[in-house]
Design a protein around this ligand. Structure first.
Ligand SMILES: CCCCCCCCCCCCCCCCCCCCCCC/C=C/C(=O)SCCNC(=O)CCNC(=O)[C@H](O)C(C)(C)COP(=O)(O)OP(=O)(O)OC[C@H]1O[C@@H](n2cnc3c(N)ncnc32)[C@H](O)[C@@H]1OP(=O)(O)O
Ligand SMILES: Cc1cc2nc3c(=O)[nH]c(=O)nc-3n(C[C@H](O)[C@H](O)[C@H](O)COP(=O)(O)OP(=O)(O)OC[C@H]3O[C@@H](n4cnc5c(N)ncnc54)[C@H](O)[C@@H]3O)c2cc1C
Length: 667
């Protein structure tokens, strides 16, 4: 079958690129070794029929879940048989591309034991977990409480007569609800429960509770457990068995309480360690930092599909050029698409930085240095919030950028959205997390005269200067200076934070007043996070990016910063730091950036190096052969299994032949 468009267009697009594609691929992968591992694992998954994604959106839940179990089992077998390293295993999981119970086992159960278990406990549990002789989940959230961890109701009451804890779910709302892997796969749950000794409530602590038999996988006595039901979208997050769990006075040994932060002795004495209790939230910090780089990956997938398709798709034309125009030529398409492309690059850069931030805090914690924990918490919480919200909206925007065909599951975009959108809620609702950032900013500002802020909050040390000096841009190219841009983001953030802090300081300090100001607090937290994103992208650029890609990264960095400036123009203007004219100049500069991106757009998404198998999209195919594959794809639709549809005899034929309605009709 002939396709008049696709093949030629993408070849022509690629010929226009003005940068070293290979160097960009290596940069985005995080280095040569990572690039090679990534390529190897992508091929391994694409060539193994067990990992096929075909039909995922058409499978009924039971089949979808069973298939996901099959893939996870096969992945684990492959890892063992091929002796894959941890990095290779992680990459393999990445390309298999389905949320499943192993994510929670490796991503939360194990990190929580590492962070909160004593050495003895780690020796007991980790070897079992590493060889997957037990499967664990992270059972924190309950029906009644998710965000408010201190409000959890499950109890763990110590019984000194038997040296056991009695795990109990006293109310309906205390039912554990949501934990991934809990529903059907896990044998053990890391349960967050209220510790009670001698009738005293010591608040929330973590316990390892066996929930299913290691013999036959049946629930243990007095444990009620199952899957919570079908979730949003076809495929998507439905490969995961998010579960419910109730305990009816279930006894577990005292040693099953993770005791690095607090201990219960045999005679029932509660002893707190001198470590901050926030370390109990360590697994969440670990996952939140990883979510930022994941955001880049998800967004880059959607953007790859939308950019390639926009280069293939033609609509209308103009009298100056023969034929119809590629939709990527339209300024409106560019102004919606290119900032998202730049955002995916920005999040990659910031994700790399977050990795090092996390490694640094872990090193410090091992040396009992807790000084950077509040800042790291604010960074991970805030950036998790911003990047997931923008990415979820960005995927949806890419779907719209693909017009009608974006709405078909064959585009890959509906499933991508369904799989991604819960990231705005899990690991902390995005608004709740921004409020955490706001509290951090308020605290930092309240101490600014005594304690010099450090790290990402260091700019607040210059609050006086940032509050008084205004933007000096007088011509468009004045904006092409990273210091000028940075100062604009710093001034806007500092002023927004100071304004709300001042309002609160003038008040009575009541909770009601705090609540009244939460919209502004959230806005100031967002401003602070946008500053971090812009500044870390700039920082990455300035620290040794290879020559062959620096120029393109600069263009993307300016595109990202200008689009943030323009999207948030209201805030920038309200602080008084910039004028309307300066915003207008930035808008013009942004258009110049679009012109620079345009010839490189397809190559810039090629650099993400997503295989066709991984993208799973007829619109985003590497060869651009969109229409042939959309057409072929329709024949895989189960409704087309027969030429005459099942149901014709019972329901269609009577309508067509009985003509019951016509005699009385006035039509
Ligand atoms: C198919 C393939 C198969 C392959 C098979 C083989 C596999 C091999 C390898 C595979 C590997 C896979 C690995 C995958 C990797 C990872 C994947 C992860 C997957 C992610 C899935 C996600 C699932 C979702 C999980 C969850 O959602 S878990 C539940 C999360 N819940 C929340 O986030 C709750 C949000 N609420 C809170 O965080 C808190 O309650 C609160 C912060 C809002 C309030 O807390 P609290 O009331 O206690 O506190 P205060 O407000 O009083 O604050 C007290 C002070 O503490 C500070 N604080 C708060 N939080 C933290 C923190 N986290 N760290 C540090 N400090 C913190 C506050 O700032 C306060 O400080 P102050 O006193 O100075 O003001
Ligand atoms: C797909 C998925 C997987 C999950 N996996 C796990 C898991 O493995 N383990 C686990 O323990 N949990 C898991 N969760 C649960 C998840 O962590 C919680 O849903 C999340 O933390 C949000 O809590 P919530 O549901 O209680 O929301 P709520 O807090 O009830 O939020 C509802 C609304 O109220 C607002 N709100 C609440 N409190 C405030 C406030 N103080 N100020 C202003 N606004 C407020 C929120 O912003 C939101 O708009 C998962 C959830 C999902 C969707």
């Amino acid at each position: 079958m002939q396709d008049g468009n696709g093949l030629d267009h993408l070849a022509g697009e690629r010929a226009m690129a003005q940068f070293d594609l290979q160097a960009m691929k290596v940069y985005l992968a995080g280095g040569q070794r990572e690039y090679e591992i990534s390529t190897k694992m992508a091929q391994l998954v694409a060539n193994d029929p067990v990992f096929s994604k075909e039909d995922r959106v058409r499978l009924a839940r039971k089949d979808l879940y069973k298939n996901s179990l099959r893939k996870a089992g096969h992945a684990w077998k492959t890892i063992l048989e091929k002796g894959l390293s941890e990095v290779e295993g992680l990459k393999l999981r990445h390309f298999v591309d389905e949320p499943t119970y192993t994510d929670l086992h490796w991503g939360m159960f194990i990190p929580a034991i590492k962070g909160q278990g004593t050495e003895e406990q780690q020796h007991k549990w980790l070897p079992l977990a590493y060889k997957m002789a037990i499967i664990g989940c992270y059972a924190q959230t309950e029906l009644g409480h998710g965000s408010n961890v201190q409000g959890l109701e499950t109890t763990a009451t110590f019984d000194p007569t038997t040296d056991e804890f009695i795990m109990h779910s006293p109310t309906v709302t205390s039912t554990k609800w949501w934990p991934g892997g809990l529903g059907k796969a896990s044998t053990h749950a890391l349960v967050y429960a209220r510790l009670i000794t001698d009738k005293k409530d010591h608040g929330i602590h973590a316990f390892i509770a066996p929930i299913r038999s290691l013999e036959d996988h049946t629930p243990l006595p007095n444990v009620t457990v199952g899957d919570i039901g079908v979730k949003f979208g076809n495929g998507g997050y439905n490969t995961m068995d998010n579960g419910f769990l109730r305990f009816d006075h279930v006894r577990i040994p005292r040693e099953n309480m993770l005791m690095r932060l607090a201990t219960v002795t045999k005679d029932g004495k509660y002893v707190r360690s001198n470590k901050p209790r926030q370390l109990g939230y360590g697994a969440m910090v670990f996952v939140r930092q990883g979510i930022v780089i994941d955001a880049s990956i998800y967004l880059s997938r959607a953007v790859t599909i939308a950019v390639r398709y926009s280069a293939v798709r033609r609509q209308f034309g103009n009298k100056d050029e023969p034929g119809e125009l590629q939709v990527i030529q339209y300024r409106t398409q560019q102004s919606r698409l290119f900032p998202l492309l730049a955002t995916a690059y920005a999040y990659r850069a910031v994700g790399f930085w977050m990795k090092s931030l996390y490694a640094d805090v872990m090193k410090r914690l091992n040396d009992n240095d807790f000084s950077t924990l509040p800042e790291v918490h604010a960074c991970t919480a805030g950036l998790k919030s911003i990047t997931t919200s923008v990415t979820a909206d960005g995927i949806e925007e890419c779907r719209k950028l693909c017009g009608g065909h974006g709405f078909l599951c064959a585009s890959g975009l509906p499933e991508l959205y369904a799989a991604y959108v819960p990231a705005c809620t899990y690991e902390g609702d995005n608004t709740i997390l921004l409020l955490q950032v706001a509290r951090f900013l308020l605290k930092t500002l309240s101490q600014v005269s005594k304690v010099r802020p450090v790290g990402t909050a260091a700019y607040l040390g210059n609050i006086k200067q940032l509050s008084t000096q205004n933007c000096k841009v007088s011509q468009g190219h004045d904006w092409l200076n990273t210091s000028v841009l940075l100062e604009a983001f710093e001034a806007r953030s500092a002023r927004q934070a100071a304004a709300v802090a001042l309002r609160l300081a003038k008040g009575s300090g009541s909770e009601a007043e705090f609540q009244e100001n939460t919209p502004e607090l959230v806005e100031s937290a967002r401003a602070h996070c946008q500053l971090i994103l812009v500044s870390k992208f700039i920082e990455q650029l300035q620290t040794g990016t290879p020559e062959g890609i620096r120029k393109q990264l600069e263009v993307l960095c300016y595109t990202y910063a200008f689009s943030q400036l323009i999207d948030n123009a209201g805030d920038f203007l309200a602080t008084g730091y910039v004028t309307g004219n300066q915003i207008a100049l930035a808008k013009e500069e942004l258009k110049h950036m679009f012109d620079k991106i345009r010839p490189n757009a397809v190559a810039l998404v090629d650099a993400f190096d997503h295989t066709d198998d991984y993208l799973g999209s007829a619109l985003g195919r590497y060869d651009g052969d969109v229409y042939t594959h959309l057409y072929k794809g329709a024949f895989k639709e189960s409704l087309n299994d027969t030429v005459v549809v099942d149901g014709y005899e019972e329901y269609l034929k009577p309508v067509l032949t009985q003509n019951l309605w016509a005699p009385h009709s006035k039509l």
